[in-house]
Design a protein around this ligand. Structure first.
Ligand SMILES: Cc1ncc(COP(=O)(O)O)c(C=O)c1O
Length: 328
């Protein structure tokens, strides 16, 4: 990627003439069967920009209660899009369909207008779980029935597709817009892509501008995305396999337990059950042994496998965990 950056041909993407950004946008739009794509500085900006391009302030956005777009984007739905949020507690990231069906508002002077439904593939909070395509198709057709658009936060959709082997265009067909991350499974240093139809992307380009997300010689960053499509995407299933190996080994250890039902992709949440230990303690002891995990609260630890993590690294992480758990 560093070599690709050094030799990238660049222009001015705010003026729309950066050839490397244009090439990356075309590749993503074609991959997902969308008219157009827009290079974005981050996943957060891609999501928030999408919502602001879909709705007018005061319209309602339906989200799953633990969705990243709602919980971890700094309140952007209210601050940036002026959204009225209806959050529904889901199961493994899925809004229960009967609850969703009841959430579309009838035309009424008393109520907000339903403007958008958001889904997240894979669902971070339930441990990278995969939302089945049949479920996404149901959500999409239900929303279409009420003339409401669907936005997919597909930050980790590549990890899902590596398991389902579905054509990317099937994922593109179940939403009006999709944000995908370049710097998660695809392992680029920076960036996300937002996709949709031409009119949506033009609205999103305007929102990106007023959010300050227009970048001039962005081709230096976009060059990494092209390398990722050619070299990282074909091997991304290895990250999922390594995470499953890590979960299996962790299951055998005393003092921790799985905090998710299954390990579908590359994320593993473990709960610390040993009362003498807590997640921040284990996080720092792991760091001393060269393993990076993330404590999320007093008892929850998150592990993520990604490009550059080898089988030997997984073995090392398991050994380190075992040592910490047995020495305390
Ligand atoms: C599901 C999901 N969506 C969006 C984002 C936002 O991406 P970024 O960190 O690039 O803003 C993240 C980041 O962790 C995420 O996990």
């Amino acid at each position: 990627m560093l070599e690709a950056m050094a030799s990238a041909k660049v222009g001015d993407d705010v003026l729309g003439d950066d050839p490397t950004v244009a090439a990356l946008e075309r590749r993503f739009a074609d991959l997902f069967g969308k008219d157009a794509a827009l290079f974005m500085p981050s996943g957060t900006m891609a999501n928030q920009c999408a919502v602001a391009a879909h709705i007018v302030p005061g319209e309602e956005v339906i989200v799953e209660a633990n969705a990243h777009i709602f919980q971890y984007e700094g309140g952007g739905l209210a601050r940036i899009a002026g959204a009225h949020v209806n959050m529904i507690l889901g199961e493994r990231g899925m809004l229960p369909l009967p609850d969703l069906a009841h959430s579309f508002r009838p035309p009424s002077v008393h109520m907000p207008r339903t403007g958008l439904v958001c889904v997240e593939q894979t669902h971070l909070f339930s441990g990278g779980s995969i939302l089945p395509i049949e479920y996404l198709e149901e959500v999409h057709s239900m929303a279409a029935h009420y003339s409401v658009a669907v936005h997919m936060d597909g930050a980790r959709i590549f990890n899902a597709q590596a398991e389902t082997s579905l054509d990317f265009q099937r994922y593109g067909a179940v939403c009006e817009s999709m944000a995908v991350s370049l710097c998660k499974g695809l392992s680029c240093p920076v960036g996300s892509m937002l996709m949709g139809d031409g009119a949506f992307i033009e609205r999103a380009r305007h929102v990106r501008k007023w959010m300050g997300g227009g970048m001039r010689q962005a081709g230096y960053l976009a060059a990494c995305g092209l390398v990722a499509l050619d070299e990282v995407l074909p091997v991304i299933s290895e990250d999922n396999a390594r995470c499953r190996r890590l979960s299996l080994a962790a299951l055998a250890l005393e003092g921790i337990q799985m905090a998710q039902e299954t390990t579908d992709t590359n994320i593993l949440f473990l709960e610390v059950t040993d009362p003498r230990l807590d997640a921040p303690m284990i996080e720092s002891e792991l760091a001393e042994k060269g393993v990076q995990a993330l404590a999320l609260g007093p008892r929850l630890l998150r592990f993520v496998t990604h490009s550059g993590i080898t089988d030997a690294d997984v073995d090392h992480a398991v050994m380190a965990l075992q040592t910490i758990l047995s020495h305390n």
